[in-house]
Design a protein around this ligand. Structure first.
Ligand code: HEC
Ligand code: HEC
Length: 291
C-alpha cells in the first residue's frame, strides 16, 4: 500500500477519534443536560467501534510493512511503532471499564483523552511528517513499463541512503555519474544480489534520486561533469598530470580518448566519452598557431 493511502487512513483514524471524543464530551460535559442523550451515547459507541476496526486494520498493514523491511527502523519509525502499539492496551482497558468495572466509569473521558493524545502523536509523527515532506519535495518523471510515474526525489534519497549502504559504503555510489539507462541497469544488478532489499517502488525511487542528482544528461554538456569523470577514471594507468599537461585540438583529443578506450574498453561509455571530450576540447584546447 502506498504511503499516501496509509497516511489518509491514519488521518481518518484521528478524525473518527476526535468525533467520538467530542460526542461524549458534549453529552457529559455540559452543565445543562443535553437533549437526546441516547443519540450522543450511540453515536459515540458507533464511532468507537469504527475506530477500533480501522485501528486494527492499520495495525495489520503496518505490521506487514515493518516486517517486509529487512533494514533496521529509523528512530522516528521506532517511536511511531511503539506509540502505535501502546494504543492497543489502552483501548482494551477502556472497553473493560465500560463492560466490567463500572466503578471507574466517571474516569472514562480522561482515558479517552489519553488515547486520543497517543493517536495524535502517532499519526503526526508518521503521516503528518510524510504529508509535510511530500509537499516540499522535488519530483522527477520516469517511465516505468510504458507508464509515466512521478517519483519523489526526497524519498529516493532516503532509499539510497538506507538501502544502498547495506553492502558497501555510499562512497561507492556517489563516485559515479551515469545516464538514466546506466543507473537503472546498476540498480537492477544490485537487486539481483539480494532481491529482498528493495521493492519495485523503492527501486524506482532510488533510480529517480540517482538520475536527478548523479545523472548524466546527454543533452546537457557540462564542463564540471567532464572534469569529474576525468579525475575519477583517468588515473588508473598513469598520473593525471599526463592529461592536464597537454593541449590539443578537438580532433586530437577525440583521437586520444579513443586510444584510451581501446586500452580499456570498460573505461568510458559513449556519453561519458562525450562529456570528457567536451571538457578537453574546451578547457585544454590548443590555440590555433598564429600564422
Ligand atoms: C546486496 C548487496 C548490495 C546492495 C544492497 C547494493 N549493492 Fe551496489 N554493489 C554490491 C557489490 C557486491 C558490488 C561489487 C560488484 C559489482 O560491481 O557488481 C557493488 C557495486 C556497486 C557499484 C559499482 C562499484 C564499482 O566500483 O564498480 C555501484 C555504483 C553500486 N554498487 C551502486 C549501488 C546502489 C545505487 C545501490 C542501491 C540501489 C546498491 N549498490 C546496493 C552489492 C550491493
Ligand atoms: C587502461 C589504462 C589507461 C587509462 C585508464 C587511461 N590511459 Fe591515458 N594512456 C595510457 C597509456 C598506456 C598511454 C601511453 C600511450 C602512448 O604513449 O602511446 C596513455 C597516454 C595518455 C596521454 C598522452 C598521449 C599523448 O598524446 O602522448 C593522454 C593525454 C592520456 N593518456 C589521457 C587519458 C585520459 C583523458 C584518460 C581518461 C579518460 C586516460 N588517459 C586513461 C593508458 C591509459
Amino acid at each position: 500500500m502506498r504511503p499516501t493511502t496509509t497516511s489518509l487512513l491514519a488521518f481518518s483514524l484521528l478524525i473518527i477519534g476526535i468525533v467520538a471524543v467530542t460526542l461524549i464530551l458534549t453529552l457529559l460535559g455540559r452543565i445543562k443536560t443535553t437533549q437526546h442523550p441516547k443519540f450522543f451515547r450511540w453515536a459515540h459507541r458507533i464511532a468507537g467501534y469504527v475506530f477500533i476496526v480501522l485501528y486494527l486494520f492499520i495495525c495489520v498493514i503496518m505490521f506487514q510493512k515493518f516486517t517486509s523491511n529487512s533494514v533496521a527502523l529509523s528512530a522516528k519509525d521506532a517511536i511511531h511503532a511503539y506509540l502505535g502499539i501502546v494504543i492497543f492496551p489502552m483501548i482494551i482497558a477502556k472497553i473493560c471499564i465500560v463492560r466490567l468495572f463500572k466503578k471507574y466509569y466517571l474516569r472514562l473521558p480522561v482515558y479517552g483523552m489519553i488515547i486520543m493524545i497517543a493517536v495524535f502523536m502517532t499519526v503526526t509523527l508518521s503521516a503528518g511528517y510524510f504529508m509535510l515532506s511530500t509537499a516540499r519535495s522535488q519530483y522527477i518523471i520516469l517511465s516505468e513499463k510504458g507508464r509515466l510515474v512521478r517519483i519523489n526525489v526526497n524519498i529516493g534519497r532516503k532509499v539510497v541512503q538506507q538501502k544502498c549502504s547495506t553492502c558497501h559504503s555510499l562512497e561507492r555510489v556517489f563516485a559515479y555519474v551515469k545516464t538514466e539507462a546506466d543507473w537503472r541497469d546498476y540498480v537492477s544488478r544490485m537487486r539481483a544480489k539480494d532481491p529482498a532489499i528493495l521493492n519495485n517502488l523503492e527501486a524506482l525511487e532510488a533510480v529517480g534520486y540517482l538520475v536527478k542528482n548523479l545523472g548524466l544528461d546527454d543533452t546537457k554538456m557540462d564542463v564540471q561533469l567532464g572534469m569529474k569523470i576525468i579525475l575519477e577514471k583517468c588515473h588508473k594507468c598513469h598520473t593525471l598530470e599526463r592529461v592536464f599537461t597537454f593541449k590539443k585540438t578537438q580532433a586530437e583529443w577525440a583521437q586520444t580518448i579513443e586510444l584510451m578506450r581501446s586500452f580499456d574498453p570498460g573505461l568510458l561509455n559513449n556519453s561519458e566519452a562525450r562529456q570528457v571530450n567536451y571538457y578537453l576540447s574546451n578547457i585544454l584546447a590548443k590555440q590555433k598557431p598564429e600564422s
